[in-house]
Unconditional design. Structure first.
Length: 435
């Protein structure tokens, strides 16, 4: 009788997690489809045909700053939550240090649309992940889920957002569990994360018919010791580039917040002016917006050798000064175009070098080696899995305790060589280095 009762409880909990995962996945998948289609329309059909819109970027920054200063702050449990913390707020909520306001999703969508329309350099997964957190917070509120289980709901929201944004449901499931802490996977969240990610993916692709971009890995080199050693060396280079981006982006953010005393309107206005000036210096808008055209081009033909550096600077200034969006697509761009540039010096297939850079730079910045490896498998149809596994491992280790999200908790240091106490965040580690 006791055994039957345990099985009954098990299946009731399992059914509940599948139910919540489906709700979150369907809702986030639909919202992400709207995000993707709107970004395509604003970026490709409007901005690219009207070069003069870039001059309105500083004024778009004022609008975004005004929204966050007047509608992005809300009191929850007597604590002031600032949705301008973006992904960091979602991560803190998973760790129980904060809560995600339900209004966060709509606000970040609006901010992303403005950034894309006027030519800020940004991606999309940030908005999808934050919408996932917002939807999960709403489910928590409606069904009165416990505080402990709310953390799992938030992970499910992250999974649904990432999986539907990139058409990578397996990656999305693991990303939701891996994003929040280094060295720890909460496998209890596997069922709802997997359900939410697959539901979101199929709603986006099957129900709404959205077609994701395809990056074609044409040729994979034959396995040899020399090739593996080359991949290891390249992965170290890609990890260092991810560190450079993260440090520059956070440095700009910290400086601008102090200089403008956290006035988001002034920060974004002056950041927009810098982007306009940089655009005029470069002489093209290849590095504004998402840059998907050059990203896809880097897999089959040469791109400007400085493209990776230009995108790195454009993105760091855009997001560091208060504009809104994701960082995965820019990291893809930086890694792929750097790999493309290295093809001039390394005798490996161009598409392979671009694919390797795309995955390794993303892995180094996000600190999610398992999700990055799975992304390579889903994105490139399982080709070159041995090389991508090594690249993710090396990039993860050599990127140290740097990353896109300062709120990421270090559950386990990457190596015993790092004397870092468990439970600290990326931000804590950076502060100790400076003190």
């Amino acid at each position: 009788m006791e055994v039957l009762l345990k099985y009954k409880n098990f299946f009731s909990v399992l059914g509940l997690w599948i139910f919540f995962g489906c709700i979150i996945g369907i809702t986030v998948g639909s919202a992400t489809t709207f995000l993707l289609e709107a970004n395509d329309y604003l970026g490709d059909d409007i901005r690219l045909k009207r070069d003069w819109l870039i001059f309105l970027l500083p004024f778009g920054g004022i609008i975004i700053g005004y929204i966050y200063m007047n509608y992005g702050k809300v009191f929850l449990n007597n604590a002031l939550n600032d949705t301008a913390q973006l992904n960091n707020l979602v991560i803190e909520a998973v760790h129980g240090k904060n809560e995600v306001p339900r209004r966060m999703g709509p606000i970040v969508y609006l901010g992303t649309f403005i950034t894309v329309l006027f030519g800020g350099s940004t991606g999309r997964e940030g908005a999808a992940v934050q919408m996932g957190g917002s939807v999960a917070a709403t489910v928590h509120k409606i069904f009165k889920v416990s505080k402990f289980d709310n953390k799992i709901l938030l992970m499910s929201g992250i999974s649904a957002g990432f999986g539907s944004a990139f058409g990578a449901p397996i990656t999305g499931a693991v990303f939701g569990m891996e994003m929040t802490a280094l060295g720890k996977l909460k496998f209890e969240a596997l069922v709802p994360c997997l359900t939410a990610s697959f539901s979101g993916h199929y709603v986006t692709t099957a129900a709404w018919g959205h077609k994701h971009e395809e990056f074609i890995l044409q040729t994979v080199p034959e396995k040899s010791i020399i090739t593996f050693l080359t991949v290891i060396l390249l992965s170290v280079v890609f990890s260092l580039i991810s560190i450079f981006y993260c440090q520059l982006r956070h440095g700009i953010q910290n400086f601008s917040e102090k200089f403008f005393k956290k006035n988001h309107m002034k920060r974004a206005f002056f950041g927009g002016i810098i982007i306009v000036v940089l655009t005029m210096i470069v002489g093209s808008q290849d590095y504004n917006g998402r840059g998907l055209q050059m990203l896809e081009q880097s897999f089959h033909e040469e791109v400007p050798p400085f493209a990776f550096l230009a995108k790195l600077i454009f993105t760091a200034v855009t997001l560091g000064s208060g504009f809104v969006g994701g960082e995965a697509i820019p990291l893809f761009f930086i890694g792929a175009t750097l790999g493309n540039a290295l093809h001039e010096f390394i005798d490996l297939p161009m598409s392979f070098l671009s694919a390797l850079g795309l995955i390794a730079v993303f892995c180094g910045g996000a600190n999610t080696p398992i999700a990055a490896f799975l992304l390579a498998m889903e994105m490139f149809d399982g080709k070159g899995l041995e090389y991508f596994f090594v690249a993710c491992l090396v990039s993860y280790l050599f990127s140290g305790h740097h990353g896109l999200w300062p709120s990421q908790k270090i559950h386990e240091p990457k190596s015993r060589l790092y004397s870092i106490p468990r439970g600290e965040t990326m931000e804590d580690v950076e502060k100790k280095k400076k003190s």
